[in-house]
Design a protein around this ligand. Structure first.
Ligand code: PLP
Length: 331
């Protein structure tokens, strides 16, 4: 049964479906359980309508599926507010421009759809996955065949790592898979083509680490599979520049702000594995992972092998910002 909301969006009656699908590859080690469960009885937005999970489907001819041709954002909301929404939408529009994809709505309409999706799911804390696919075409890869991009918004609850890991820290290994060369596909575009990151993630898991450190073609650190990397040495904070193959992370930019508040500067500089090994502290940043300390890289303890004091201050301030700032969802 369908019902219409005040602003004209159509909602299907909620239905949930138990998934029985098993992963094709069972990874040898998953050291910390990761969870991004879709909210119970979730309603998923596709092109202006809400569907139950069971009925939320895209065409097999969508080039997002056929070619990874599309873009996405992962966005968090905390305490009834969406964190850094404008920055996420600005990056989405930048990704779209870069791949010549015209988002079929304005930023204001996107904001309304996103907030309505959260409201439809009655959530105050969670994670939004926002996708714009190239849309339905034929089997040829020419995007000119795709007449209209599709917009999909999924609201979920998320706990990527248990709280204990924020206290104890993560382990990382360097993976053999290099971050995509910007000359081939610029990692600054948050595209639906994440196979490069998926391969690195598999390597990290097979090696028994929590995350995989990805190097660029020059052998410098680019980022982790879905997180930016920061190190601290003698009180100075360093992170790879975007030109090293890092995504211009929204959480990364928040760290720049927090560092300034704390009277510290973040230097964007090429970082080698050696720099990571000899760092006093290291942490990763990402919307899903938030700000999380790293205590071991390729078997070497970082600093004294425990999360460092500067990281702890940054994490505390980050958490405060997430709870106190953002675009209100319900008012
Ligand atoms: C490859 C990659 N790097 C870094 C990040 C961190 O970016 P943000 O802080 O905007 O989530 C992400 C997550 O979106 C990512 O997928």
């Amino acid at each position: 049964m369908k019902t219409a909301t005040a602003d004209g969006m159509v909602i299907d009656e909620p239905q949930t479906e138990e998934t029985t699908a098993k992963p094709a590859v069972k990874l040898a080690v998953e050291t910390h359980a990761r969870a991004t469960s879709v909210a119970k009885e979730s309603k998923i937005y596709i092109d202006g309508k809400f569907y139950s999970e069971k009925d939320a489907k895209v065409s097999v001819f969508d080039h997002g599926l056929l070619y990874g041709d599309g873009i996405f954002e992962g966005i968090r909301f905390y305490n009834g507010r969406v964190f850094r929404l404008e920055e996420h939408l600005a990056r989405l529009w930048d990704s779209a421009r870069s791949i010549c994809l015209e988002i079929p709505m304005s930023m204001r309409e996107m904001t309304a759809a996103l907030l309505e999706t959260i409201r439809q799911n009655n959530l105050r804390e969670g994670y939004i996955r926002l996708l714009v696919t190239r849309g339905v075409g034929n089997l040829g890869l020419n995007p000119e065949q795709c007449k209209r991009p599709s917009v999909i918004i999924i609201a979920t609850t998320v706990t990527l790592y248990p709280e204990s890991v924020y206290q104890s820290g993560l382990t990382v290994v360097t993976c053999a898979t290099r971050r995509t060369n910007p000359g081939a596909l610029n990692p600054a575009v948050k595209s639906l083509n994440y196979l490069n990151n998926v391969m690195a993630r598999i390597e990290g898991s097979l090696a028994g680490a929590d995350e995989a450190l990805m190097l660029n073609d020059a052998g410098n650190v680019a980022e982790c599979t879905a997180d930016n990397v920061f190190i601290i040495k003698r009180g100075q904070i360093f992170t790879p520049p975007i030109t090293a193959g890092a995504l211009r992370g929204i959480t990364r930019s928040v760290i720049f702000e927090i560092a300034a508040e704390l009277g510290m500067k973040v230097a964007e500089a090429d970082i080698t594995r050696h720099d990571v090994f000899i760092a006093d502290e290291c942490f990763l940043t990402g919307t899903a992972a938030e700000v999380i300390p790293v205590i071991k890289a390729d078997g070497r303890p970082i600093g004294n092998g425990k999360p460092g004091p500067i990281s702890a201050r940054i994490i505390a301030r980050f958490r405060q910002l997430t709870r106190e700032t953002g675009t209100p969802i319900y008012n």
